[in-house]
Write a protein that binds this ligand. Structure first.
Ligand SMILES: [Zn+2]
Length: 462
């Protein structure tokens, strides 16, 4: 018999319906064309991962390649993704010097992706602080996966706060496109007032980062977002919720017929306020880490199916920007998390005795569905792209020196953490791109993935 498949991957497959032990999946012309159990069929290449889990390639629904260094950041962030078992990233639009606010800039970024990316990339779009609503339809037509707006201003150009009247107009336009609008959800007035007060009192130690961005800053912003979603018919999505309350709010609006959802980031499933004290600037992100009790409540929300998906909010700032020099407010906000995403999620599930299938669901299938990338991306299923993340179970320790990104981005809040597994291989559209040690993908191995359709997905069983 002649080898009919390009590649067969053998191992314990994590399929949508559950784990299929000692099984195989065959890829031809980049697509999954056959799945079976036992002895694998002939193929031009065999990736034998018996005893390991073969997950779908992870889909990171929220990350930032370009906040620190602009489009060139795509190269290192996607290299890190390849080494982390992440085969598709949904990149945020807040790039320097030009955020993705019109179709011309969007197309420039698509070209940069084709030149620089090591894994596949879907792209968010946004609007300018003023007079940008008219660009929304063209951005959707250019293939944006989703839109991103903010209730809080980091920078008037790169990451502006969108005022209420503009937010309402933007949601109404986005509703016509069928795309989701993810919103950074923190009440600016409250955060600014608490921060000014803390500074005036000379309280600038790390815990004040948490105290000046309380849970109420999130839940108030959530109401604004969901109310505008209800009014306009847009799919309103919390770009991150660090608190279970956010998922309760989303569920209430869904129960009333709204298109409402929220994601969490992996740090809100394991980090606490004590970690900000320990890590100082390297534990600073927005929203901040919460209490250990809140972490438990977020897990409950995940187990109840109330969370859209789990993302990283990966933001590879220069190490220098994360060093606390006595004023936590002067430190840049954002964590690296791309290369720890798969081993950490796997470890958290194992440590909690939860099904490892949750990683396939919440870190691949559901983000792909929310961003309109499914069924091309997100699952080990006939017709999907042959994207895989192979996890070798065992006892490992994460070392930030293994991060494959720019040298100044090789830091991690999980440096030294014990892990219950490691990424043993990454396969992108049938091509092995990481062997557990070395990334063989090159800049340009990755492709831009346009949104595949305009249907809305807000969760539920499938
Ligand atoms: Zn973010």
């Amino acid at each position: 018999m002649t080898a009919s498949f390009d590649l067969v991957v053998r191992g314990d497959l994590v399929l949508p319906e559950g784990i299929s032990r000692d099984s195989w999946v065959a890829v031809t012309d980049e697509k999954i064309v056959a799945i079976g159990q036992g002895e694998p069929p002939a193929a031009k290449a065999l990736a034998d991962h018996r005893g390991r889990y073969v997950f779908p390639g992870l889909v990171d629904g929220h990350m930032h390649t370009g906040s620190a260094v602009g489009f060139p950041g795509i190269e290192g962030a996607t290299l890190s993704a390849a080494a982390g078992g992440v085969t598709t990233v949904c990149d945020m639009p807040y790039d320097i010097p030009k955020p993705i606010t019109n179709a011309t800039i969007f197309k420039e970024k698509v070209e940069a992706v084709h030149k620089l990316a090591h894994v596949d990339v879907a792209l968010y779009a946004t609007i300018t602080k003023h007079d940008g609503v008219g660009e929304i339809a063209a951005l959707a037509d250019a293939g944006a996966c989703s839109f991103k707006l903010s209730t809080y201003e980091y920078d008037p150009v790169r990451f502006p706060r969108i005022d209420h009247p503009t937010m309402i107009q933007a949601f109404a336009e986005i509703a016509k496109t069928g795309l989701m609008v993810g919103v950074h959800n923190e009440d600016e007035e409250l955060v600014m007032q608490l921060t000014a007060q803390a500074k005036a009192e000379g309280k600038t130690d790390p815990i004040m980062h948490c105290r000046t961005r309380p849970p109420l800053a999130e839940s108030m912003a959530n109401l604004e977002i969901f109310e505008i979603g209800m009014e306009t018919g847009a799919h309103a999505h919390l770009a991150h919720s660090s608190i279970a309350r956010g998922f309760e709010q989303a569920a209430q609006y869904r129960a009333e017929g709204g298109l409402a959802s929220g994601e969490t980031c992996i740090q809100y499933l394991c980090m606490t306020e004590e970690d900000v004290v320990r890590l100082e600037g390297f534990g600073k992100c927005n929203p901040p880490f919460r209490t250990a009790d809140e972490v438990e409540r977020v897990w409950e929300a995940l187990e109840n199916g109330d969370i859209a998906y789990v993302s990283t909010d990966h933001a590879p700032w220069q190490r220098e920007k994360k060093v606390n020099k006595g004023d936590i407010f002067a430190v840049g906000a954002g964590l690296t998390g791309m290369q720890t995403f798969a081993p950490l999620m796997f470890s958290l599930l194992v440590e909690r005795g939860l099904p490892v299938e949750f990683m396939a669901r919440y870190c691949a299938e559901r983000p792909a569905r929310f961003h309109g990338l499914y069924p091309k991306k997100g699952a080990i299923r006939l017709g999907c792209d042959g994207d895989f993340c192979v996890i070798e179970p065992g006892d490992f320790v994460f070392d930030e020196a293994t991060i494959q990104d720019r040298p100044d981005a090789r830091w991690s809040p999980w440096h030294g953490r014990a892990m219950k597994g490691r990424v043993a291989a990454t396969i992108l559209r049938g091509l092995p791109i990481f062997d557990g040690t070395t990334v063989s993908a090159k800049p340009g191995s990755g492709q831009f993935v346009p949104r595949q359709h305009r249907e809305t997905y807000t969760g539920g069983e499938f």
